[in-house]
Design a protein around this ligand. Structure first.
Ligand SMILES: CCCCCCCCCCCCCCCCCC(=O)SCCNC(=O)CCNC(=O)[C@H](O)C(C)(C)COP(=O)(O)OP(=O)(O)OC[C@H]1O[C@@H](n2cnc3c(N)ncnc32)[C@H](O)[C@@H]1OP(=O)(O)O
Ligand SMILES: Cc1cc2nc3c(=O)[nH]c(=O)nc-3n(C[C@H](O)[C@H](O)[C@H](O)COP(=O)(O)OP(=O)(O)OC[C@H]3O[C@@H](n4cnc5c(N)ncnc54)[C@H](O)[C@@H]3O)c2cc1C
Length: 683
């Protein structure tokens, strides 16, 4: 779907002309400055103008195998061309510094490149080498000791004989990683580890790129030394021969099969039978095994989980991009699609003029913008805590873990919900593969599960919240993100609706944490163990953590808005204010049951807020198209017949239908073979 020479649809022209904001100004802010915007556009042109990156046919017409092979071919050309780009220009942010050195910031930028607009445009079923960059390299970087990094990192970064992945999950266990069964027994005589898969459920199952693509893995296995168990450790294992790509002796590897989405990723299974690796291939930045088999504990065992924290932080950004792609498609479609006169004799309006349609689309735009503010905050926070950890200070780690878990859960869940709502807001056409909601949803919904399942991560946050609640009773200083729990005053409804709504959400979160804590105490009094008490309080705990995430998102949006309004042009600041308000009121109204349970709010006050919310939808309406234009998604990024910049939806829908291979011949062979015999009673 290109930005073709067709004239822009009159309705979109009108929308753009009537907007009070400049899309270009918004795009500049959104991209992080003019230079970054230009750089990104130039990089997109560099790829999109190259016919080698056009798919020969729509990917929905490719078989599973064809899609994999096509994606690997494109993925390798993508990396080669990206390197070329960097040779032509000095390394810049956003291209991952593929020719330069490697640090976590570079990996972060590269990761956003593959999960961001360019990556999703070229790889609608995801980037087939994504785990190499998203998890294998961060694990080498963060869990290898200096010697190991010297030996492996540079080579892995340049993919010199190494394509890696991260093999943690097994057929029997994904969530409860202490229950993983893969074994690594240390053989002191040969200074080697021996890896085994002791049962069917111990097979590694799910790791991306592992089926056919990767030739090395970081595998998490239970370490045993002289029969004694030392817990999970990461090991670097070659699974396929560097030259022939044949599985190494003792390795049983393959692809687990087609999935709901991300089918280019080639998720795999892996079993080990007496696979030997040298001692120095256990990643030893933390725990160590000395040649004689002495185990040396690391200073911070939880760093083993560090790669998961890194990825969870970035997922908030990933799903935000997917949500806003869907919102852009739905907004443009709704500005061009006309249906159902509002006044009996009036012409049919743009469906975007139906207020209910605005209520389906605008809160998703607002959500995406506020998730972006949270994603930026979280990444800064992550970097700060990592620096502290490097300096030996682990104080901030529990807060980072708690915040990243609940934001990953809530942003993913609500983005999934939002993308589906946007699909439905496009009526029947939204259901077509050419509208591209299937691919966007397929990627976003995977993130609900991977890197820590939704409920499981909420329960991790809740554990932290309950502990902090206990501390707050003892009047200790609380970490910044939960400082609101110390404020026990009731909501005082003022004229400032936004401040009221944010505070009400905080009160809900704090109250739900208290209720969960009380339930745990009650269960304990009834004689339950601490663990069973937590299980029985699970519903309270998980909903308290989700409420905490929503309160954080609302407070953070408000805080960031204030900062932004100091620097942005007033009209842009004004529209951002509308979006933050829409986000907060939408969150408030969707939690109304809890809000009313924990706050003394009169019906008239709720009505006041509802009216303000509806007014905001109407106020935002004139800028909706201009604002989504400002996300600056190229038509290739949206990949949708419904979302193109020129709004030529009907022409594109018909064009795509005609390209359908079933329309290549006037009569399909199934007629003679099956339909005709059926009609003639000859079956
Ligand atoms: C369109 C949008 C989308 C676009 C996408 C485009 C894509 C492009 C690229 C994308 C790349 C991304 C690919 C990612 C692929 C997925 C990879 C995976 O899933 S890999 C597999 C991912 N798999 C998973 O994520 C598995 C999930 N499971 C787990 O993480 C753990 O088993 C557990 C946390 C649930 C429990 O662990 P357990 O050991 O039983 O622990 P306990 O509960 O007993 O807690 C003990 C103490 O530890 C503490 N603590 C715990 N964790 C951490 C931490 N990370 N840190 C710090 N602390 C932590 C905890 O708070 C507690 O503290 P305290 O209270 O005692 O003070
Ligand atoms: C697309 C995709 C890509 C993936 N890529 C990788 C990869 O590259 N590498 C890798 O190692 N893994 C990967 N995974 C695996 C992924 O990390 C796990 O699937 C995920 O962590 C969830 O674990 P599970 O499948 O065991 O779910 P389960 O834990 O079995 O979840 C099933 C249900 O049980 C509930 N449940 C489980 N435990 C608890 C609990 N303690 N309390 C309350 N409820 C609970 C869950 O909430 C859920 O409702 C991938 C998965 C997907 C879908």
């Amino acid at each position: 779907m290109e930005r073709v020479s067709m004239e822009v649809h009159a309705d979109l022209q009108r929308e753009r002309a009537a907007a009070t904001i400049s899309s270009e100004h918004f795009a500049e802010w959104w991209a992080g400055g003019r230079e970054r915007l230009e750089e990104r556009r130039a990089l997109e042109r560099y790829f999109f103008d190259d016919p080698e990156f056009n798919d020969p046919k729509h990917i929905s017409f490719m078989s599973y195998k064809e899609l994999y092979e096509h994606s690997v071919a494109k993925g390798t050309r993508f990396l080669a061309k990206l390197r070329e780009w960097q040779r032509l220009r000095a390394p810049v942010d956003g291209t991952g510094g593929l020719t330069g050195g490697l640090d976590i910031k570079t990996l972060h930028d590269f990761r956003l490149l593959i999960s961001g607009p360019l990556g999703t445009a070229l790889f609608q079923q995801s980037f087939p080498l994504r785990l190499h960059f998203a998890m294998f390299l961060p694990t080498l970087l963060n869990q290898g000791d200096e010697e190991q990094k010297k030996q492996w990192l540079e080579r892995a970064w340049h993919m010199d004989g190494i394509i890696g992945t991260y093999a943690q999950t097994e057929l029997g266990h994904g969530t409860f990683i202490r229950g993983l069964e893969t074994r690594a027994d240390y053989d002191a005589e040969h200074e080697e580890f021996v890896l085994n898969t002791p049962s069917l459920t111990a097979y590694k199952w799910w790791p991306g790129n592992m089926g056919q693509t990767a030739n090395m893995v970081v595998v998490l296995a239970q370490l045993y030394i002289k029969g004694k168990h030392y817990g999970l450790q990461p090991f670097l294992v070659r699974i396929r021969n560097e030259q022939t790509h044949e599985p190494e002796p003792g390795i049983d590897v393959g692809d687990i099969g087609a999935k709901l989405g991300a089918n280019a990723v080639n998720n795999g299974f892996l079993g080990f039978r007496n696979v030997r690796i040298p001692r120095d291939q256990m990643l030893m930045k933390n725990a160590k095994v000395l040649p004689d088999g002495t185990f040396v504990k690391g200073p911070e065992p939880l760093l083993l989980y560090g790669t998961m924290v890194f990825v969870r932080v970035l997922i908030v950004h990933d799903v935000m991009v997917g949500l806003l792609q869907a919102a852009t498609i739905a907004t443009r479609y709704a500005a061009v699609r006309r249906q159902s006169p509002i006044e009996p004799n009036a012409p049919e309006p743009q469906i975007l003029d139906h207020l209910t349609q605005q209520a389906k689309i605008f809160p998703q735009i607002a959500r995406g913008v506020c998730y972006r503010l949270a994603a930026d905050f979280l990444w800064q926070f992550y970097q700060r805590i990592m620096q502290q950890l490097e300096a030996g200070n682990r104080k901030g780690l529990p807060e980072l873990h708690a915040l990243s878990c609940c934001l990953k859960s809530v942003c993913t869940q609500e983005s999934n919900e939002g993308i589906d709502a946007l699909r439905k807001a496009c009526g029947g056409q939204g259901y077509l593969a050419s509208a591209n909601f299937d691919n966007i949803y397929g990627l976003a919904t995977a993130a609900y599960t991977y890197e820590g399942e939704y409920t499981v991560l909420l329960l991790q946050t809740a554990r932290f919240l309950v502990r902090q609640y206990e501390d707050s009773l003892k009047r200790k200083v609380l970490p910044d993100s939960i400082n609101y729990m110390r404020d026990t005053t009731r909501l005082r409804w003022t004229k400032n609706l936004l401040a009221n709504a944010v505070r009400a959400l905080e009160i809900v979160a704090a109250s739900k944490v208290r209720v969960a804590w009380e339930q745990i105490r009650l269960e304990r009094k009834r004689g339950q163990s601490a663990q069973q008490a937590a299980n029985l309080a699970g519903i309270q705990l998980s909903t308290a953590a989700a409420a905490h995430a929503r309160a954080f998102l609302a407070r953070n949006s408000l805080r960031e808005l204030k900062k932004l309004q100091r620097n942005l042009k007033p009209e842009l600041g004004g529209v951002l204010q509308q979006l933050v308000e829409i986000f907060v009121y939408d969150t408030f109204l969707r939690q109304l049951g809890d809000i009313l349970k924990w706050n003394h709010i009169a019906v008239v006050q709720v009505t006041q807020l509802e009216q303000r919310y509806e007014q905001l939808l109407r106020d935002f309406r004139p800028n909706a198209v201009a604002l989504v234009d400002g996300f600056d998604f190229h038509d290739r990024v949206l990949g949708s017949t419904l979302g193109c910049y020129d709004g030529r939806i009907y022409e594109r829908l018909m064009e795509e239908a005609r390209k359908n291979p079933l329309n290549e011949e006037p009569v399909n062979s199934s007629f003679r073979m099956h339909l005709q015999p059926l009609m003639r009673g000859k079956l």
